[in-house]
Write a protein that binds this ligand. Structure first.
Ligand code: FE2
Ligand code: FE2
Length: 265
């Protein structure tokens, strides 16, 4: 089993697809991950499962890989206390989670935008352009930059989980670039395709950060580091153009109405 603990998860899932299904039962979504180079042992450690759940998961994976082996099933005493499912973030991490809430509001509107996309009309193309500005300035320059330039300095950037997150950011930038090109060429199909891909990518990405990455980083931070992170976030925000950030927040507040009006006209 030692060998498999040090094997990239995609290799294990390719050889034993059942392992992917088992991981999903424990809310460990390795199957859709684009990189899949995380080692099995790191995945188990990062997800911080309750001790009994982790032993049960490892037992099931080992049994799937070595069905002929006589592996002792772990036995647990039933716990009277329900595990605490609520994630408590440190103040700087909570700020990033709150920023995700705003980004998710735009992601949630994308299906309506796609339904009504009209790149030929002025209001139609403006809505797409404003949505792209929100992604570029708020989701990327304001939010992703804080993660990349500050938060990830508190981690080992060579870890697969960080490489996966950085690859997601790059993929998101790729969709933005392609959408800008598609707007210029008035290519409605390409706009829809990249909007959909961005929505799917960011939905998974935010889930990974909220549920796995941020709690994992938080667990490793000392109180001094939490304070330092908070101060660095403040400093970074001070340097940003407040007018642009306010415009992005206003865009989200007005997006629903704009899509509605667009739908009616
Ligand atoms: Fe991110
Ligand atoms: Fe994020």
């Amino acid at each position: 089993m030692e060998r498999y603990l040090n094997t990239p998860i995609k290799e294990i899932i390719t050889s034993f697809p059942e392992v992917g299904k088992i991981l999903e039962e424990y809310s460990i979504g390795c199957v859709p991950c684009t990189l899949g180079s995380c080692l099995l042992k790191d995945i188990v450690a990062i997800h911080n499962l309750a001790e009994d759940k982790e032993l049960e998961l490892m037992y099931r994976i080992e049994k799937t890989i070595y069905p002929e082996r006589d592996i002792k099933k772990p036995v647990f005493k039933a716990s009277k206390k329900e595990p605490d499912k609520e994630i408590r973030y440190s103040p700087p991490m909570k700020r990033l989670v709150d920023e995700h809430t705003l980004i998710k509001k735009w992601i949630g509107r994308i299906p309506q935008v796609i339904e009504n996309v009209d790149i030929e009309s002025e209001s139609g193309s403006q809505l797409i352009l404003d949505g792209l500005d929100f992604i570029r300035f708020y989701a990327d320059k304001f939010h992703h930059a804080k993660e990349e330039d500050i938060l990830f300095d508190y981690t080992d950037k060579n870890l697969d989980i960080i490489r996966t997150i950085l690859a997601d950011h790059e993929a998101a930038r790729g969709h933005v670039k392609e959408m800008l090109k598609a707007i210029g060429e008035k290519d409605t199909n390409a706009i829809i395709g990249h909007l959909c891909a961005y929505k799917d990518l960011l939905t998974e990405h935010i889930k990974k950060e909220d549920e796995i990455l941020y709690p994992w980083i938080d667990r490793g931070l000392s109180t001094t580091q939490v304070g330092e992170l908070f101060a660095k976030f403040n400093e970074a925000e001070e340097k940003m153009d407040k007018g642009v950030i306010e415009k992005c927040q206003k865009f989200i507040a007005e997006a629903e109405q704009r899509i509605e009006n667009f739908h009616r006209s």
